[in-house]
Design a protein around this ligand. Structure first.
Ligand code: NHR
Ligand code: GAR
Length: 217
């Protein structure tokens, strides 16, 4: 059984999708803890309701980023994880933290990396006139949003889209590619080499979604 710890900052819909798929599909894994840097994160209630340990490490309690990173690592390590999953986690992590979990730290970013690393991705994609948008699951490296890519989803940008509409269309695909990526990790089907990630069985690491209406949640 692989032990998964999920870090969130808010809603936690990606965390929910992973918890639900893990249970429904009988992965050789369990989500053993959900940790938020914000005490008001809605996702904490879902975790508790599902019998998952829910904890808060409030970044505002530490003046130095490195001290927060250390407290966070301590809270994570108490659960002896095989995999740490950033799911809408909104604090930049230092190099020491990242190296501690090297090769077992995943993130989902709501853009087609390497385009638009950082914040406000949907707004920036619309401002740039992009006709495609999407999401990227990647291994986390010290350089923000630059790690080896596990999976991507692509959606069309539609005329009349605002940030909210585009975000919802992308989010619906995140709920597919993030659980898929985590499942492959816990099944030992992801091979990392030369900064690239290969799916051992050659399964597609790309989801092309059509223009179907977004699933709002
Ligand atoms: N840390 C490292 N080292 N590498 C990555 O790839 C990381 C990371 C930490 C978080 C998620 C992320 C994203 O997918 C992530 C990837 C927060 C910010 C940010 O600027 C940027 C990227 C990501 C998450 N955070 C502000 C900060 O000062 C705070 C913003 C807020 O609280 O709303 O940390 O894009
Ligand atoms: C998701 O769209 C995720 O890709 C994005 O925030 C949302 C979190 O939703 N992550 C980032 O922007 C990281 N900087 P969720 O809390 O419902 O999973």
């Amino acid at each position: 059984m692989k032990r998964i710890v999920i870090l969130i900052s808010g809603r936690g819909s990606n965390m929910e999708a992973i918890v639900q798929r893990c249970a429904a599909e009988g992965w050789p894994a369990a989500v053993v803890a959900v940790i938020s840097n914000r005490p008001d994160a809605a996702g904490l209630a879902f975790a508790s309701a599902h019998g998952i340990a829910a904890a808060v490490v409030d970044h505002r309690a530490w003046r130095e980023r490195a001290a927060f990173d250390q407290a966070l690592a301590q809270a994570i390590d108490a659960h002896e994880p095989d995999l740490v999953v950033l799911a809408g986690f909104m604090r930049i992590l230092g190099a020491d933290f990242v190296r501690r979990y090297e090769g077992r730290l995943l993130n989902i970013h709501p853009s087609l990396l390497p385009a638009f690393p950082g914040l406000h991705t949907h707004r920036r994609a619309l401002q740039a006139g992009c006709k495609l948008a999407g999401a990227t699951v990647h291994f986390v490296t010290p350089e923000l949003d630059h790690g080896p890519i596990v999976m991507q989803s692509v959606v069309p940008v539609q005329s009349g889209d605002d940030e909210h509409a585009l975000a919802a269309r992308v989010l619906a695909t995140e709920h597919v590619i993030y659980p898929q990526s985590v499942r492959w990790f816990v099944e030992g089907l992801l091979v990392l080499g030369d900064g690239l990630v290969r799916q051992r069985e050659g399964r597609p690491q790309l989801l092309v979604a059509d223009a179907a209406p977004p699933v709002h949640r």
